[in-house]
Design a protein around this ligand. Structure first.
Ligand SMILES: NC(=O)c1ccc[n+]([C@@H]2O[C@H](COP(=O)([O-])OP(=O)(O)OC[C@H]3O[C@@H](n4cnc5c(N)ncnc54)[C@H](OP(=O)(O)O)[C@@H]3O)[C@@H](O)[C@H]2O)c1
Length: 316
């Protein structure tokens, strides 16, 4: 496997540190993708996956979804696996389900979906509606068991978690979990993490959004719960923040030759993170993102340097 040292030596020879020749990148990527174990099972997942809200969702709703096909094919070809989706992401789950069947890659994709039938006007969610929503996911992906079903945004835990747990007991779902990307609800999230037996949580974490690292991520480590890291770019937030800003030269020391790799390597360098799922609708960005799962990760002092660097950039 090529090391950072090989890469830097090569960069010095060709006289540039940012332009990576295609064949060199390919060689680098044929090395080992970084993986993390799901604590409850030991099964390893590649640390970079793909999300499907944001722009993925917009394109899924359009006439031409060929870009999403290229993105999903690339995810798998380049050694990734986790695909995060939800019934509430418009046509994303349906279109992605068709794509994985056309490409015949169901077994290479770790299908992470969610359940959340909002109870109108408050009150408990309808259990039949939740079951129907889950059956729709099975029909879309034609994968049984589905790898992961999480209760979306803490939904109605009392009603929906027992349903996914029952499916797990029946062998139709491999892992179960809950998600929240609202810091206001972290205390509820933490309570459920302690009270319920969970395999996964999904939570927001980014170089400029580190609140989950205060309590949720250490708790996940303590309890042995796998973590999907959401919104690693803050959707558009970090892109606006670094617009026109050069990537610091020292970031190349751990292989971050793009802002995407800088942001993603920061997220996956946290030991609690099992996989980060950035959304994209573009092949070139998928290639960029999966590149963060190769080579080195920043150490603790470099992580601090990274967050301080971003904190010092003007907010927009
Ligand atoms: N409560 C929940 O359960 C919850 C909440 C939030 C998120 N999530 C999950 O986490 C996923 C990620 O979060 P997110 O979609 O909110 O936002 P995100 O991944 O932080 O950002 C997505 C945005 O970044 C752009 N992008 C992606 N890669 C890029 C690259 N290499 N260079 C430049 N731009 C790039 C995308 O546009 P392009 O298409 O142009 O690349 C898109 O506009 C979601 O899709 C979803 O699956 C779950």
């Amino acid at each position: 496997m090529l090391t950072r040292r090989d890469y830097l030596k090569y960069s010095a020879v060709v006289g540039t540190s940012y332009a990576i020749p295609g064949e060199f990148l390919q060689a680098l990527e044929s090395g080992n993708v970084i993986k993390r174990a799901i604590p409850k099972s030991g099964e390893e997942l590649p640390v970079v996956g793909l999300g499907s809200s944001a722009t993925f969702r917009t394109v899924a709703q359009s006439e031409d979804v060929s870009a999403l096909r290229a993105v999903m094919e690339t995810l798998v070809k380049k050694g990734g696996s986790v695909f995060d989706t939800a019934p509430s992401y418009g046509a994303s789950e349906e279109i992605a389900g068709k794509i994985v069947q056309e490409l015949g890659i169901q077994e290479s994709v770790f299908w992470a979906t969610k359940v959340n039938v909002a109870p109108w006007g408050g009150g408990p969610a309808d259990p039949d509606a939740a079951r129907a929503q889950i059956e729709q996911s099975f029909r879309f992906v034609r994968k049984d068991p589905i790898d992961l079903i999480q209760v979306h945004n803490l939904g109605d835990i009392a009603t929906q978690l027992p349903i996914v747990r029952e499916l797990k007991d029946e062998g139709r779902v491999r892992y179960i979990g809950i998600t929240s990307t609202s810091a206001r609800r972290y205390s509820d999230l933490a309570r459920y993490m302690r009270e319920e037996s969970l395999d996964f949580i999904g939570v927001d974490y980014a170089v400029d959004n580190r609140t989950s690292a205060k309590t949720i991520l250490p708790l996940a480590e303590e309890l042995g719960i796998a973590v999907l890291a959401y919104a690693p770019f803050g959707r558009t937030r970090l892109w606006e923040r670094v617009k026109g800003q050069p990537i610091p030269a020292w970031a190349l020391e751990f292989g971050a030759d793009s802002w995407a790799k800088f942001f993603l390597k920061y997220v996956v360098s946290h030991p609690a993170i099992t996989c980060v799922t950035p959304a994209t609708s573009k092949l070139k960005n998928m290639l960029d993102n999966i590149g963060a799962a190769y080579g080195e990760l920043p150490d603790k002092s470099t992580q601090l340097r990274m967050s301080e660097y971003v904190d010092a950039l003007p907010t927009v």
